[in-house]
Design a protein around this ligand. Structure first.
Ligand code: ADP
Ligand code: MG
Length: 466
């Protein structure tokens, strides 16, 4: 086992860590919060999975508009420089000491057909099969990254862990990696002879990841392995999202033999659907019984996926869809009015609690979150309630909320108070584009130059029960 990985983490996340590539125009449009906010008001804000109404195989529903076709050309390199997805994901005989040899190929990523929505309600974000753009602004993204950073606001690096697929890379072969943990596949060739020697995680992005601390990110370097990538563009308020390199989901065997084994909390997020989660849990070794916090893939949140969702719900410690996903699962119309949203969310949360789910935490964007347990339902306000001008980009907000929520559960043992931690973590993610910055002052760690403890105290004053 590599240095620093001997002790199981408090939180292991098996969502994605990927590189989001914003096409040039969208990077500019992100400077104004209006485009992002109007998109944010009607979509999940997550970048790590197929959106509602789109298949996770990347096919567009025929009735959808196709903003990707109007993406400006500068995003793409000359045809000779384009690499198709299949070129980059050959079927790999995996031989890593970190992840078991059952590492699936991209083909196993799709949700089951019954979980792919036949009739999308709306498509604020669309997905299409893409190619590798060489231009654009690269930003680290992904559900696991945001969840781990959201938890990092409260917990030390040693308590947190996720796995990042990555090309073998020159530095891996030469053993130069620092901070993050890497493993050299046995029998790998010297760097100069290795056809896979390029490193597909740019140094500045790696440094950004490592700025949160050592050993949180375990680099899974296998032949053919790649950091997942997605291309993001905006056409007005409509966001287009194209996987360039799809994430490879973890299997139970991966977990049983890898560095996430033994974690107290297991955060399962997109690309996992409810069925994927059920399969995963049924294969986990009986020696590990993590508290699972499930954030279902948006593409599986529609009425046809409800049965699997409810079956999965009964196997988890905490369930956290956002309100759009919940309404879609229960075939409710899209609601805009806050009072109506609250009423329906409360009704469905009460129903889920009746099924035996210990904790339901529904994220509701600007309206905060509804937390339900057998003790009752409580609403927790967003940290930026009534301050939309402070909301710059909601990408990753839900994931960061969940990471902060799990940290709060660990630190307080209280499912309602934990939501305050989640709200503060989300606030650090949404006040700028990309993940927040961490610095250290004489007063301790600061996020975007501010104190998490101060924000927690300020938010606590706004809720009567805290
Ligand atoms: N527009 C917004 N205004 C204020 N806070 C927001 C906004 N969008 C998200 N948040 C904060 O981020 C949290 C998670 O975002 P949410 O939209 O609920 O989940 P998701 O990102 O999965 O759609 C919210 O509970 C809230 O604290
Ligand atoms: Mg949202």
């Amino acid at each position: 086992m590599s240095r620093g990985l001997e002790t199981p983490p408090v939180l292991a996340s098996i969502g994605t860590v990927l590189i989001d590539i914003f096409e040039p125009q969208s990077a500019a449009s992100l400077g104004t919060s209006s485009a992002v906010s109007s998109w944010a008001a009607s979509s999940s804000g997550r970048t790590d999975s197929a959106p509602l109404g789109c298949s996770s195989t990347g096919e567009l529903h025929p009735s959808m508009p196709c903003p990707t076709s109007s993406l400006p050309l500068p995003l793409l390199a000359s045809p000779s420089a384009l690499v198709s997805f299949s070129d980059l994901h050959p079927k790999v005989p995996s031989s890593t000491p970190l992840i078991s040899s059952s590492l699936p190929t991209s083909a196993s990523f799709s949700s089951s057909p019954s979980e792919i929505s036949p009739s999308p309600r709306k498509a604020p974000q669309i997905e299409a099969v893409g190619e590798i753009p060489l231009g654009g602004r690269m930003v680290i993204g992904g559900g696991a990254m945001y969840a781990i950073v959201g938890a990092r606001v409260w917990l030390p690096p040693i308590a947190l862990r996720t796995i990042i697929d990555r090309s073998p890379g020159r530095r891996r072969v030469e053993g130069e990696a620092q901070g993050g943990v890497t493993a050299a596949p046995p029998g790998s060739l010297p760097a100069r002879e290795n056809p896979d020697e390029f490193d597909d995680l740019p140094r500045e992005l790696e440094e950004e990841l490592l700025s949160y601390g050592p050993n949180m990110w375990v680099f899974n370097r296998v032949p053919g392995g790649r950091v997942p990538r997605a291309r993001i563009g905006y056409n007005g308020a409509v966001r287009s999202y194209a996987h360039i390199i799809k994430p490879v989901p973890r299997t139970a065997l991966d977990l049983a033999h890898g560095p996430l084994f033994g974690a107290e909390y297991l955060h399962v997020s997109p690309p996992f659907s409810s069925s994927d989660l059920l399969n995963l849990l049924s294969d986990l070794p009986s020696s590990w019984n993590p508290k699972v916090v499930f954030e279902p893939a948006p593409s599986s949140c529609h009425p046809a996926g409800r049965r699997a969702f409810e079956a999965a719900a009964q196997r988890v410690h905490a369930l956290s869809p956002n309100h759009e996903e919940l309404l879609s699962l229960y075939d409710r119309p899209v609601l805009e009015e806050e009072g109506e949203i609250r009423k329906v969310v409360e009704e469905i949360v009460a129903y889920l609690l009746g099924l035996g789910v210990p904790v339901v935490a529904v994220r509701c964007g600007a309206s905060g979150a509804c937390i339900g347990t057998v003790e009752g339902l409580r609403w927790v306000p967003s940290f930026f309630e009534g301050e939309q001008h402070r909301v710059r980009d909601v990408t990753g907000a839900g994931n960061a909320f969940i990471g902060g929520y799990i940290a709060g559960l660990r630190l307080t043992g209280d499912p309602y108070t934990a939501a305050l931690y989640g709200m503060v973590s989300a606030s650090f993610v949404i006040e700028q584009l990309g993940p927040p910055s961490l610095s250290v002052s004489t007063d301790g760690e600061l996020w975007n130059g501010d104190s998490a403890q101060h924000r927690l105290a300020a938010l606590s004053e706004r809720v009567p029960w805290a």
